[in-house]
Design a protein around this ligand. Structure first.
Ligand code: ARG
Length: 258
């Protein structure tokens, strides 16, 4: 995770970001601290990366890399405003004893667009990560990759429209995907939890699950009910300040898989 010390909305690279709307770094920090404490309470082992001044989106650590089997593919950002974040992640992972660390060759926004189910990697494209990055990820990790195309600009990263719950179970908002990708998801995950638009629109799918507890935006009340019906324990988070930049629970969290 990355403390939102320099959090702000000074540019717009997704429809949620309005630089004319005031933001409070202090509120952002308090909300982030709640998330940090909640993860610690759930037993997660958290490592921090130092925020860099001038990189207001760095709080969204999910975008920094994809880490599976101790191998690290560091992001290559689409927008110039975020490009310098990659150097911070290369440096951080360079000191960590990871087996392989390198930067992606094609535009690849890390766990924003690449989600590991435990067996395969679900890969998003359409707004940020390049389709060629999907092949690169397949080769680098030696894992099967399922390519999915996003079509609604509100859900510009895969992790805003789909979340892995554990044990081969996922939840997603069908409207965020192309008809072909929707068909692929139905075939591959026939028992998935399907989110309503109202829950997706408050970033309910930007969630982190440990297989039992699912931390998700508090406003996604319908999705919380659905999760409960499926035996999960929803934990509601208030990250409304960070949502002004188009991010929430999952965006703040990069998973380190050794
Ligand atoms: N403002 C950031 C961007 O548009 C938000 C990133 C959210 N991160 C995520 N994993 N979806 O790049």
């Amino acid at each position: 995770m990355c403390r939102p010390t320099y959090f702000d909305v000074t540019y717009s690279i997704n429809p949620w970001m309005d630089p004319d709307r005031p933001t409070s770094a202090q509120t952002g920090l308090a909300q982030w601290k709640w998330l940090f404490d909640t993860f610690v309470g759930l037993g997660h082992d958290i490592r921090l990366i130092e925020p860099t001044p001038g990189l207001p989106d760095m709080v969204f650590a999910a975008n920094g890399a994809l880490v599976v089997d101790g191998k690290v593919l560091v992001a290559r950002f689409r927008h110039p405003q975020r490009r310098d974040e990659s150097a911070a992640y290369l440096e951080w992972f360079g000191h960590g004893g990871w087996s392989t660390v390198r930067q992606a060759e094609y535009v690849n926004e890390g766990e924003g667009d690449f989600l590991f189910t435990g067996a395969e990697i679900l890969a998003g494209t359409g707004f940020r990560s390049d389709l060629r990055a999907h092949d690169e990820v397949r080769e680098f990790f030696g894992r099967p990759v399922l390519s999915l195309t996003l079509v609604d600009p509100r859900f510009y990263h895969l992790d805003t429209a789909l979340s892995v719950l554990g044990d081969g179970q996922i939840m997603y908002y069908p409207g965020a995907f192309s008809p072909q990708s929707r068909a692929a998801l139905t075939e591959r995950f026939p028992d998935a939890i399907l989110a309503e638009e109202a829950d997706a629109a408050v970033f309910g799918l930007n969630a982190l699950s440990d297989g039992r507890n699912v931390v998700l935006p508090r406003a996604a009340t319908g999705l919380a009910d659905q999760l409960r019906e499926h035996g999960y324990q929803p934990v509601g988070a208030d990250l409304t300040e960070l949502l002004k930049a188009g991010g929430s629970v999952k965006c703040c969290t990069l998973e380190l898989r050794e």
